[in-house]
Design a protein around this ligand. Structure first.
Ligand code: GLN
Ligand code: ZN
Length: 758
């Protein structure tokens, strides 16, 4: 019997029920029972989906009210002192205070850090370790969920973040040897596993995605030590690796004293057979055979070609699962009634992926002929996809094939361009600007909603947006900023806005994926060759420029971010798609230039995030990413100033690539790191203009002028002052106008002080 299971389900709900329940609770308008009721209902629904599709076990413990890593930390009693609770048990509000800094009860404290989960857009709450860190079972939620599943008649497989991955992701003060905590940690895991066993849990899945990373030797050894330590506990352990191949960790993983190993057969299909070779006879191999990170229907015939020989070797020891948790895809395609039917027939969301699993299971069990009809349906959908005129655009292919290396080079090198630009721009020292967006007010969102629903005409909507732009321009002139922006009121989202206008992109109505806590994103789907039927931003930028004599910066989202924050095609290399997007942006830049826009910013906040997990894959990625950016921007004449923006603080390993982008100005996030990250730029002697953010836009606090002056002085100690800009860390769309005006007034004053003292 081929056992089917999932590593985890999306948890937000088909209609984002969890989001609304959480936000009600946080606002204080709901009570905990209402929230917990919604959560219980979602778990029950997701278990039913798994069981109905024939999964032998249902995943328990994958559900979380905020984040599964935070759940693990709090279960282990790893709660920083500033959240100190009255007793040892961790209460719900303590969990929320760790995540958000505040909750309906308990004293506010600064929230734990949050960062991206491997190379996904999901954020986890970073565990904080102290030198004498102790671990003790401190939350019973997992055990309650196990009881809940059992009472509904399911067989629970408990899902936990594995000890090594949890420890790897935890942050500790420099000098603290995290592995020194391993034995104590393993003991706490052991206690948890023993409790699960007492509840008759047969299998525990320990997620160890760090097995897909380049691991130091000490960590590989630690894997052996930890799992030897857990061997004595009774439930059978399935270690799950995903987000990449095991590579040089394969032998370590296969030899662990555990009962089963899950591997990602989608990102590393060839490894399945290798793992089967290495795996001792008694162990289960869970083959991740359906893509848990993307939205395409699987090629079931091809998957079966790989699985059948494995099944012949392993028999009942072969389990099937999606490659990773389904957390990273939307729940159900059924709600997408407005998607083009042909495109829809190529897609599979979470629920459809479980159905694929079920089909694969039946084909292995009873032979392909017993599911011949379904396989034929799958085959013909994929065949139409390959041949569809929606996918292949010969003119885009031809243009890509004709790219010349010269297309990716600005006419002159930076020093020359800088002189030409300064001649017409006449900017003062320490020029001031912002990152693009101004507050997305309720009025703006309502106008967009009314336009979508047909209550507001296109003309009415555009009039409203123009009024917003006029207000933003007037405010910036009043504040005395040097380089203005139009404020992006017309953009719901920096990727979706462009996705809506590019061919080859589709937008879903309800394809939500959890980003962090109650926050979800709705990535567009890139299904075909990308082309730009008409200008996307020119009218708005031209309008803004018509209102002022100061330069207005055009605002585009760069090719890597357009790629990374979308679901991408799996039928051609990513860099081909990136170049197609780049060419579409190239045309937009040419049109902006022709419309009199002399400064154009191409945002690449996802540039670093898209860096491959394995060091060996990085050079290739960086080269392609740089090429895409340059293809988009090199069309600009010397006179046009190209800006880029990246909002994060880790540049050391990508500084060469950042310089190779050859943007005239880069604005980055630095306020929270006290300008420390400028070190990478200083050491590299970064040659072009740079705007290190002088205040953190993530907080409503209005920054002190002195603090901003101080930060810029630190910057000027590292970067020649004539190449420095003064700007916030990121866009202002999540802020409110009063604080924005106050903060920017202070920022402009800071620039004046710097000018007069410099
Ligand atoms: N131009 C965008 C904005 O200001 C950039 C957003 C981002 O970097 N994430 O909102
Ligand atoms: Zn940003």
């Amino acid at each position: 019997m081929t056992i089917l299971h999932t590593l985890g389900m999306p948890r937000i709900g088909a209609n984002r029920e969890l989001k609304w329940a959480l936000e009600d609770y946080w606002k204080g308008s709901g009570n905990a029972d209402a929230l917990l009721g919604v959560a219980r209902e979602l778990r029950a629904r997701h278990w039913a989906l798994q069981a109905d599709a024939g999964c032998r076990y249902v995943a328990v413990g994958d559900f979380s009210l905020y984040d599964h890593v935070l759940d693990m930390s709090t279960r282990l009693g790893v709660v920083p002192a500033r959240f100190a609770a009255t007793n040892d048990a961790v209460e719900l509000d303590t969990v929320f205070r760790m995540a958000r800094g505040r909750a309906p009860s308990g004293r506010p404290a600064f929230a734990c850090e949050m960062t991206k989960w491997f190379d996904t857009n999901y954020h986890y709450i970073v565990p904080e370790l102290v030198p004498d860190q102790r671990f003790a079972l401190s939350r019973a939620d997992l055990f309650e969920h196990v009881e809940e599943a059992k009472s509904l008649g399911y067989r629970p497989k408990a899902v936990l973040t594995g000890p090594l991955t949890w420890l790897w992701l935890a942050k500790a003060r420099a000098g603290l040897d995290k592995l020194g905590l391993l034995d104590a940690l393993v003991q706490a895991y052991g206690a948890m596993l023993a409790r699960l066993y007492a509840l008759q849990v047969e299998w525990v899945q320990l997620d160890e995605p760090i097995l897909a990373l380049d691991l130091p030797a000490a960590w590989r050894v630690a894997f052996e030590r930890a799992y030897h330590g857990l061997q004595r506990t009774h439930p059978r352990i399935l270690v799950a690796s995903y987000f990449g191949g095991l590579g040089d960790n394969l032998v370590t993983a296969a030899r662990l004293p555990i009962a089963g190993l899950h591997v990602d057969g989608v990102s590393a299909p060839d490894e399945l057979a290798q793992v089967a070779d290495w795996l001792p006879r008694h162990k289960v191999l869970s083959a991740g055979c359906v893509d848990g990170r993307n939205v395409w229907r699987s090629d079931l015939g091809a998957v079966l070609n790989r699985l059948e020989p494995l099944q012949a070797r392993l028999g009942d020891r072969l389990w099937l699962a999606p490659s990773c948790s389904l957390l990273h895809v939307p729940l159900d395609l059924a709600t997408e009634s407005e998607l083009d039917p042909e495109l829809r027939s190529w897609l599979a969301f979470g629920r459809q992926k479980i159905e694929e699993l079920s089909l694969l299971g039946r084909a292995l069990e009873r032979g392909r002929e017993t599911v011949a009809e379904a396989l034929a349906g799958n085959h013909s959908a994929l065949a139409t996809r390959r041949a569809s005129a929606r996918v292949v655009r010969p003119e885009v292919r031809a243009r890509l094939a004709a790219i010349d290396p010269g297309d990716a080079r600005r006419p002159s090198p930076y020093p020359q361009r800088a002189r030409v630009q300064q001649t017409w721009l006449q900017l003062p020292a320490y020029p001031t600007t912002t990152i693009g967006s101004f507050p997305q007010t309720a009025a703006i969102r309502n106008a967009r909603r009314d336009f979508r629903s047909g209550r507001l005409s296109r003309e009415g909507y555009e009039t409203r947006m123009r009024a917003e732009i006029a207000d933003a321009v007037a405010a910036q002139e009043r504040l005395g900023l040097d380089v203005l922006v139009h404020g992006e009121p017309e953009r719901n989202d920096m990727v979706e806005y462009f996705g809506e206008q590019l061919s080859g992109y589709a937008i879903t109505r309800g394809g939500w994926v959890q980003s962090y806590g109650s926050r979800c994103v709705k990535p567009p789907i890139i299904y075909g060759d990308v082309a730009r039927p008409s200008p996307m931003t020119v009218a708005w930028s031209r309008f803004a420029q018509s209102l002022t004599k100061r330069p207005v910066k055009g605002m585009l989202t760069g090719p890597i971010t357009m790629l990374k924050w979308s679901f991408v095609r799996d039928d051609q290399p990513r860099f081909v798609t990136a170049r197609q997007i780049a060419l579409a942006l190239r045309d937009e830049i040419a049109d902006l230039e022709a419309a009199g826009i002399g400064i154009i910013q191409v945002d690449e906040p996802a540039f670093r995030e898209a860096l491959p997990l394995r060091a060996g894959d990085r050079d290739r990625y960086l080269e392609e990413a740089v090429t895409a950016f340059r293809l988009a921007t090199a069309v600009a004449s010397d006179r046009t100033q190209i800006h880029t923006h990246m909002c994060y603080s880790e540049f050391n390993d990508i500084i060469t690539a950042i310089a190779a982008l050859d943007a005239d100005v880069i604005t980055i996030e630095t306020a929270r790191s006290d300008m420390e990250l400028l070190g990478a730029f200083a050491e590299f002697e970064y040659p072009n203009g740079i705007g290190p953010g002088v205040y953190d836009i993530h907080s409503p606090n209005v920054p002190e002028v002195d603090a901003m002056v101080g930060l810029m002085q630190k910057a000027a100690a590292r970067i020649p002052a004539q190449r420095l800009w003064v700007n916030p860390d990121c866009g202002l769309k999540t802020r409110a106008w009063p604080e924005v005006e106050a903060a920017l007034a202070g920022m402009v004053e800071a620039a004046h002080r710097l000018r007069s003292s410099g």
